[in-house]
Design a protein around this ligand. Structure first.
Ligand code: ATP
Ligand code: MG
Length: 477
């Protein structure tokens, strides 16, 4: 890429950069915008996080800039880290003094000393992230690019500026960042850098689960997440972070019959879903939807390979995985569990006869998540046989239109029978217990099976008849 000075100058217009220039010159601090913001200028990705480095005190410069910007600017100082942040409108500017870092083996926290701009660029993770643009009036807009990051941007390459073994061993999080950038930007990791990740993979163990999940989320949210997961698998990182996914790999053959490779199938489903949804947790559900397959795999000489109940086995595996990765155990786990455990239902429905009763039960069990479940199931159709795919999509259309029709008619999605347990107890003077439960589920089944409508009078009449059969007395009769 040729540096186009006019192009850079155009991106550095506006009040914020004007003020930084003014204050940097007044304080006589060499000052640069650096890192991801510079990379994203050339990638034409709009960004609201600006990182500024000066040779000297970043906190001092931040204070001056905030003061100059006036009341609309908000300053936060992090003395322990030697950094400060200025928020102005919807933009966040991080200020830090140029620094030199050295690492010891047991931590990704470096020993930090003041340094030059070169020291500061040397500590950065990839060549495309190790560029700076000068902000002082003299030389404003000049690009400093010691590792030819601009060429690597052009060639779509992820490469460490220095020896990759040292870069990754110093801070193993960078291995995940490399893969995340490859996935997010559609870049390629150069062989030397890739091989260093393979060699240093076990170092990932010193990284906190929260940081790992942060990067996994970014991979999952990238336009084609399979890129990231293939790289995680190939480097050996996936075996350490999520061995349950690696267990999906491979094709076993018995009596000449093989099954599909469930790892590549899973990634295909995730990519399919990524085209229709940017819901992070729905994407996690896609990643885990077949996680129970290795444990449920059987070979039946008559029917071939089966994975009976893999959706329930998979659902049961999720809590451990979420706990281990420190993923949120609240409603997010419940949501993913629900989608994984129900992901076969619409397919079975589409395969057999689509009865009203089956649709009502699906709606009742799925509730608000029905649209997400249908999206997941459509993404799950990865057959190579176009006729099969067409047939599935046709049946799915039918399931969808039936779902709509029944939802409009019966409002099952947030289904609450019109007579609840408390009312039943009062009506028949019953203590809480098995009998009330039986009456409640009889009502639920009658509505879901379409024997009675979801309305008070009908449910009341049904209940009275049932009570009579059971010999229960209604006190008011
Ligand atoms: P994104 O904002 O999309 O996460 P980014 O590259 O801007 O990507 P930040 O965490 O905002 O990432 O970091 C800003 C810059 O700081 C990076 O571009 C890079 O130069 C440097 N950096 C961040 N994390 C590391 C790291 N672990 N090792 C070395 N340099 C890093
Ligand atoms: Mg950033």
């Amino acid at each position: 890429m040729k540096t186009d000075t006019l192009f850079i100058l155009d991106k550095l217009q506006g009040k914020i950069f004007e003020v930084i220039t003014e204050e940097a010159d007044r304080l006589q601090l060499d000052t640069y915008v650096i890192g991801g913001y510079v990379r994203d200028i050339f990638l034409r990705r709009p960004s609201k996080d600006i990182d500024v480095v000066c040779v000297g005190s970043g906190i001092q410069l931040a204070g001056a800039v905030a003061g100059n910007l006036g009341k609309k600017a908000h300053l936060s100082v992090f003395k322990n880290f030697g950094t400060a942040q200025v928020k102005y409108k919807d933009v966040e500017i991080e200020f830090v003094g140029a620094r030199k870092e050295s690492y010891n083996r047991n931590s990704r926290k470096p020993i930090v000393e003041d340094g030059t701009l070169d020291d500061d660029l040397n500590r950065r993770d990839f060549t495309i992230n190790a560029m700076a643009i000068r902000l002082n009036k003299e030389g404003f807009g000049e690009l400093i690019d010691p590792f030819n990051g601009l060429d690597d941007l052009d060639d779509l390459l992820i490469r460490t500026p220095l020896n990759p073994d040292i870069t990754f061993s110093d801070d193993p999080l960078r291995m995940l960042r490399a893969i995340r950038f490859a996935s997010q930007l559609g870049f390629f990791i150069v062989p030397k850098t890739f091989e260093a990740i393979e060699r240093n993979k076990t170092r990932i163990e010193i990284i906190s689960k929260e940081r790992i999940v942060d990067e996994l989320n970014k991979i999952i949210l990238s336009p084609c997440p399979s890129v990231g997961f293939e790289l995680l698998e190939q480097t050996g990182l996936l075996e350490i972070i999520l061995p349950e996914l690696v267990a999906l790999k491979g094709i076993e053959t018995k009596e000449g019959v093989g099954h599909k490779d469930n790892f590549s199938h899973t990634l295909k489903v995730l990519d399919n879903l990524a085209r229709t949804s940017d819901n992070l947790w729905l994407r996690w559900a896609a990643l885990f939807h077949d996680i129970g397959k290795p444990r449920s795999k059987r070979f039946d000489p008559k029917t071939g390979w089966t994975f009976h109940s893999h959706e329930f086995i998979g659902m049961k595996m999720l809590k451990d995985i979420f706990q281990r990765l420190k993923l949120p155990l609240n409603d997010k786990l419940k949501y993913v569990e629900k989608l994984v455990s129900l992901h076969m239902r619409p397919i079975i429905l589409a395969d057999e006869e689509v009865t009203d009763s089956a649709i009502r039960r699906l709606l009742f069990e799925t509730g608000e998540e029905i649209d997400d479940l249908m999206q997941l199931c459509e993404a799950d159709i990865t057959s190579k046989n176009p006729e099969k795919v067409r047939q599935f999509l046709r049946n799915f259309k039918l399931v969808r239109s039936k779902l709509k029709e029944i939802e409009e008619k019966d409002r099952i999605r947030n289904f609450q029978p019109p007579i609840d347990g408390l009312e039943i107890m009062e009506m028949f003077n019953l203590p809480p217990g098995r009998e009330v439960g039986e009456l409640k589920s009889a009502i639920k089944d009658a509505i879901l099976d379409g024997e009675i409508p979801n309305e008070y009078d009908a449910v009341y009449a049904f209940l009275m008849k049932l009570a009579e059969e059971k010999g229960l007395k209604h006190p008011s009769h």
